[in-house]
Design a protein around this ligand. Structure first.
Ligand code: AHR
Length: 509
């Protein structure tokens, strides 16, 4: 229960103290051939909202609203047994395949060319992944030739024959997926993966030197090989790659929300360790190139796990089965807000990130079966607001916050915050989560060098039951305009409710 706003958190933002420009690609997302993400999600021929290609226009509108600049594709675990050649050419001739990762049947009705078309319609770029699980260098090169080479050779001519005269020109390529994970088909040791990734990268850059490559980092920070995996694999791949990947999902399995909301501190520590591993390798190599981070899978994921294990064990080989359909709560939205703030606070090194995933599968956007509507989950909103107002330069936030006790994270700051300055638009936006479940706090933000900026809008998500969810019928868990903030002695003072996500937008007069 909320007690008061007497507890104060001080935040200082100075116009001269910046972290880095925010790379818009940190607002990326992910579509995997998994469950109802592709079939019944983005693609649903016969639906009243389907366009001539069968893509759902209502889903495209929501993706556009979210402003997602890049979408990772086609997996995920799926990519480790993906045979890309099956997914192109005349649809009637494409084979159906048993899909190993999710024990489903892949119809190949949607493949790479169609996904490239969808991405254009959704106003996004494709971040493509190659199969380094069950396949290798030659297949990765053939795929790259198919996608990016202008023509005049076997696979690029195949693309042209399939109706795509212009190359897709995918700029970012992932060298496999979670290759450290024993669940991965074609799982490898760090030296096996490092060697294969380096040789694949070398060959791919020979075909198209303009691409950027992502070397697989650890699947999460609990992996037994973390962080040695990053150090060892990067020693192999350093000369050829631009990014190392990070993945992390959190869940409130213990039903201890105060502790769950402290997980963004783990994410922060994870990022700092991976940065250290990248810099260690750079120093060891006497290298000039800095390796940046692609946090290309992150989210809350736990609600659906029991259902999915049962489903895959007992009802395998369905087409587009309902898998990973987490229905998100208000507390999940709070943690997603904190995770977005954490990514922004590391804007100097996290240059790409993908909310995993985008539609129906651990997703902000859901579609109802049987001709129903598309709708927004609770986590849609913090992502929307961060993507909309988090562009510009991330500012160094100096925060002095009251503490809150947690069961496994010790005492943590109640306030998680960052500021983003959009100089061109004359806007400064503060993102702030009060993760104390019981106490409000007064945020006192000293904004040095921002004289003449005034509060234009304060949006917050607060006051909901922690377990409240949205549905196709009601999307009540959403932001609302808030009042009660004022400047006092030059500082912006805002009473932040217990368990609240806040976006305070200031504009130059
Ligand atoms: O996003 C769901 C799965 O999580 C992905 O397929 C895999 O990469 C990760 O383990």
């Amino acid at each position: 229960m909320q007690k008061n706003f007497e507890r104060q958190a001080a935040m200082t933002v100075d116009r001269d103290f910046t972290i880095a420009p925010v790379d818009p690609r940190i607002f990326g997302s992910f579509i995997e051939h998994l469950g109802r993400a592709v079939y019944d999600g983005i693609y649903c021929p016969g639906h009243p909202q389907a366009d001539a290609q069968g893509f759902r226009k209502d889903v495209i509108e929501l993706v556009r609203e979210l402003g997602v600049p890049v979408v990772r594709y086609p997996g995920g675990n799926f990519v480790s047994s993906f045979v890309w050649e099956d997914s192109v050419g005349p649809v009637a001739q494409r084979p159906r395949r048993v899909e190993l990762a999710w024990r489903s049947t892949e119809t190949n009705e949607i493949g790479m060319d169609e996904f490239a078309d969808w991405a254009k319609k959704a106003g996004t770029e494709v971040m493509m992944a190659v199969n380094l699980g069950t396949r290798g260098i030659a297949d990765a090169c053939n795929l790259l030739e198919y996608c990016n080479h202008p023509g005049g050779a076997k696979y690029s001519d195949m693309r042209i024959a399939n109706g795509h005269k212009e190359p897709h020109n995918f700029k970012v390529w992932c060298l496999g997926n979670e290759m450290d994970g024993p669940w991965q088909f074609g799982h490898k040791t760090m030296d096996e993966y490092g060697r294969l990734a380096a040789e694949t990268a070398k060959a791919m850059k020979q075909i198209d030197p303009s691409i950027q490559l992502v070397s697989c980092g650890s699947s999460n920070d609990h992996m037994p090989t973390f962080p040695q995996w990053e150090a060892t694999t990067l020693e192999h791949t350093y000369d050829y790659v631009d990014f190392v990947s990070m993945h992390q999902y959190y869940g409130n399995e213990k039903n201890d929300t105060q502790d769950f909301l402290a997980c963004s501190d783990d994410m922060d520590a994870f990022i700092r360790t991976v940065v250290a591993a990248c810099d260690f390798v750079q120093a060891k190599k006497r290298g000039k190139k800095r390796i940046d981070l692609s946090f290309d899978e992150w989210n809350v994921w736990f609600h659906s796990k029991q259902h999915d294990d049962d489903h895959m064990a007992n009802q395998p080989w369905g087409v587009a089965p309902p898998l990973l359909e987490d229905i998100y709560t208000f507390e999940d939205a709070l943690l997603v807000g904190e995770m977005l703030i954490t990514l922004l606070r590391h804007a100097d090194r996290v240059k790409m990130a993908c909310l995993a995933q985008l539609v129906n599968v651990i997703a902000p956007i859901m579609t109802d079966r049987n001709g129903g509507p598309a709708w927004r989950q609770t986590i849609y909103y913090p992502f929307l607001l961060a993507s909309r107002y988090g562009r510009g330069t991330a500012m160094l936030p100096l925060v002095l916050s009251p503490k809150v006790k947690t069961s496994s994270h010790g005492e943590v700051d109640a306030l998680v915050a960052v500021a983003v300055h959009n100089e061109a638009a004359g806007e400064l936006t503060l993102f702030a989560v009060n993760r104390d479940l019981e106490n409000g706090l007064t945020l006192r933000a000293a904004l040095r060098g921002f004289e003449g900026y005034e509060l234009a809008e304060w949006l917050s998500m607060e006051g909901f039951d922690l377990k409240a969810t949205n549905s196709a019928e009601s999307q009540a868990v959403r932001p609302a305009a808030r009042s009660g903030a004022a400047f006092e002695d030059g500082a912006l003072c805002a009473p932040l409710s217990a368990a609240s996500f806040n976006v305070l937008r200031l504009k130059k007069k």
